[in-house]
Design a protein around this ligand. Structure first.
Ligand code: ADP
Ligand code: MG
Length: 270
């Protein structure tokens, strides 16, 4: 390479850095050699490079959204066994994977016993939302309530609420596993009403509607919460017993299979 060429490459890298185009900087020489070999014109060369930059940016942004969502474990729809949970409408889940409900600010309520795949489905749906560019947060309901209670002064409370207000989708996992205090219920109601028609919610719960009063404390608050939540809401019921229990039983009953394998060793564990 001639000295003038080397100088322009150095300058080019300097400009690309200033313009914040790291992928163009990393790929420009390789793609230039390829373009020369393919007899591609200047515009096709530029097109290839800008495509690479955009793809890389999108990939990194999606990774950031996944990280910001703070999923406890990553679950996908591919690993969800629909045949083990016939009450879950596969067509509805496939439709929800398109994320139109987020555009329409609709909610999803997942009701069923512990271990029946509610968090798994909620995670798969929310991860898909991240991939599609939505801002998502996954949080256990008790954790959210504790954080709100602990944000004692006005400023940190508003900052926390502001973080939730920016979301497109909020997953409230395990609503109702422990009864909330009076203050806790009111704070939770506040989050749910702030989200109403602005942020989609996915709520997972083991509680049938008639038991919500026991957890939220007052009839009035329960009525108001359910009213916000279930207006424009899709309900998925994961009926039956725990998946792992079901899986372990099937393993034990299968002729010729060892019955000594423990549930924790099952390949479906998280
Ligand atoms: P829940 O939130 O209803 O208590 P989870 O979603 O946490 O239940 O499910 C418990 C475990 O069983 C997880 O590891 C999950 O991946 C697995 N699981 C539950 N249902 C299914 C299913 N239908 N197919 C595959 N794995 C499942
Ligand atoms: Mg769960």
């Amino acid at each position: 390479m001639k000295a003038t060429e080397t100088k322009s490459v150095v300058l080019l890298h300097h400009h690309l850095k200033a313009l914040r185009l790291p992928t163009v900087a990393a790929e420009c020489e390789k793609v230039a050699a390829q373009a020369a070999a393919d007899n591609a014109d200047h515009l096709s060369y530029l097109l290839r490079l800008t495509e690479l930059e955009l793809l890389e940016r999108e990939k990194r942004a999606a990774e950031r959204r996944m990280k910001a969502a703070r999923f406890p474990t990553i679950k996908t729809l591919e690993t969800f066994d629909f045949s083990a949970r016939p009450s879950v409408n596969k067509v509805l889940v496939a439709e929800l994977m398109r994320c139109d409900y987020i555009e329409k600010k609709e909610n999803i309520l997942m009701v069923g016993n512990p271990g029946t795949g509610k968090s798994h489905l909620a995670t798969a749906l929310a991860a898909q939302a991240c991939a599609k560019g939505y801002r998502v947060r996954f949080i256990r309901t008790t954790e959210l309530v504790t954080a709100l209670i602990e944000a004692r002064d006005e400023r940190s409370f508003l900052r926390l609420k502001g973080q939730f207000a920016k979301l497109d989708l909020l997953v409230l996992d395990e609503l109702g596993y422990v009864p909330a205090s009076k203050v806790g219920s009111e704070l939770l109601f506040d989050v749910i009403s702030t989200a109403y028609e602005r942020t989609s919610l996915i709520v997972t719960t083991n509680l049938p509607f008639e038991s919500w009063t026991e957890v939220l404390g007052s009839e009035r608050l329960t009525g108001a919460t359910l009213d916000r939540l279930t207006h424009r809401c899709r309900i998925i019921e994961t009926k039956g017993e725990s998946y792992r229990l079901q899986d372990a039983k099937a393993r034990t009953n299968r002729p010729g299979k060892s019955a000594t394998r423990t549930v924790d060793e099952a390949p479906t564990q998280s």
